[in-house]
Design a protein around this ligand. Structure first.
Ligand SMILES: O=P(O)(O)OC[C@H]1O[C@](O)(COP(=O)(O)O)[C@@H](O)[C@@H]1O
Ligand SMILES: [Mg+2]
Ligand SMILES: [Mg+2]
Length: 336
């Protein structure tokens, strides 16, 4: 794979088209349209303080969260790009209560649906901290030629044909998998192209970083409290105490841990028994990526990718990262 380093995203997609089980170019086109929308969002993120894109819109999304201007802007850019691709019959987004369909013949004939978190890390938008976009792609199961249906979106994560994220950080990267490994592309502003910079990403089996919002410590179940204590004990052999790192943008915490080894935990709490993060457009795509990179993702009981979604905006506890670390948390949960 190293021989592809520096190759643009589009060249890479076309060259690796044989990856796609049903390879007829549609998924290639769809992925490159996601790349285009990411570049447009990146352009606004980079100059956020200079344009009227910071702050709240004044509306709340279906989860009761105040929508940031950039949440809504990013949502509209991805809706536009997915409609323009002609490959997508519908989209589920954190910022839209219901399925977004595109009501034109071409789109209704689209083979794919997309679940998306257009802007992840909304609490960090105004303070110039890394944020991202998370996406998940499935083949529709409803009949082509008609609007997408809810059943198209309530498929298990293991049925994804592609999953990934964009991180708008010190550099902008797009990382994705189609089920044959994970590759990362860095946006080269001088040519305006995503170029392969991280080929065949593998996450270490063990790491020394843990990411959890300890501000909720008192609300965590005992097993999670015990795991946090375990991470802080001194033990050279297992590189403990681990470093605590929590950016508060899931994409950024996940990306760091993916490359360096580590664990991200957003558990159930006393007042949020299903945690905070959303199964369809946060947990599932990152679980697909981490498993393809050799890691693990669970909800405290089951594998995330085996979960059968019941609702578009369903939440789930998420424990994700290096295999040995996720297994350790599971040990604490099972021995509680
Ligand atoms: O502030 P908390 O409760 O730690 O939550 C932070 C988490 O919430 C999120 O911001 C939720 O995602 P959105 O910003 O897309 O709503 C994650 O990115 C992040 O990891
Ligand atoms: Mg999010
Ligand atoms: Mg979001």
């Amino acid at each position: 794979m190293k021989e592809y380093l520096g190759m643009t995203l589009n060249e890479f997609i076309i060259r690796r088209q044989s990856d796609f089980k049903y390879a007829t170019g549609e998924l290639s086109r769809l992925l490159s349209h996601i790349g285009v929308a990411a570049k447009i969002v990146n352009r606004e993120v980079n100059k956020a303080g200079l344009v009227d894109i910071l702050g709240e819109v004044g509306t709340v999304n279906t989860q009761g969260e105040a929508q940031q201007k950039l949440d809504v802007y990013a949502d509209s850019q991805f809706i536009h790009a997915l409609r323009a691709s002609g490959e997508v019959c519908g989209m589920a987004s954190e910022e839209d209560d219901n399925i977004v369909t595109f009501d034109n013949v071409l789109a209704n004939d689209g083979k794919y649906i997309v679940c998306i978190d257009p802007l992840d890390g909304s609490s960090n938008i105004d303070v110039n901290v890394s944020i991202g976009t998370i996406f998940s792609i499935y083949r529709r199961i409803s009949e082509r030629g008609h609007k997408a249906e809810e059943k198209d979106f309530l498929q298990e994560g293991l049925k994804q044909v592609a999953g990934g994220y964009v991180i708008y950080g010190s550099s902008t990267m797009l990382v994705y998998t189609t089920g044959r490994g994970v590759n990362g592309f860095t946006l080269d502003p001088s040519i305006g192209e995503f170029c392969l910079s991280h080929a065949d990403i593998r996450t270490p089996e063990s790491g020394a970083i843990y990411s959890i919002n300890e501000g909720y410590y008192l609300k965590f179940e005992d097993a999670i409290k015990k795991y946090i204590k375990y991470t802080q004990e001194v033990d050279k052999q297992t590189k403990r105490p681990y470093k605590a790192r929590y950016i508060g943008s899931l994409v950024a915490d996940f990306h760091r841990n993916l490359l360096k080894g580590g664990i991200y935990i957003y558990p159930a709490t006393a007042d949020a028994p299903n945690g905070k993060l959303r199964l369809l457009y946060e947990a599932n795509p990152l679980a697909f990526v981490v498993e393809q990179a050799g890691g693990m993702a669970i909800n405290g009981k089951d594998r995330i990718l085996d979960m059968k979604p019941q609702d578009l905006h369903q939440r789930t506890p998420l424990i994700i990262g290096s295999t040995n670390m996720v297994n350790k948390v599971m040990e604490f949960i099972e021995n509680k």
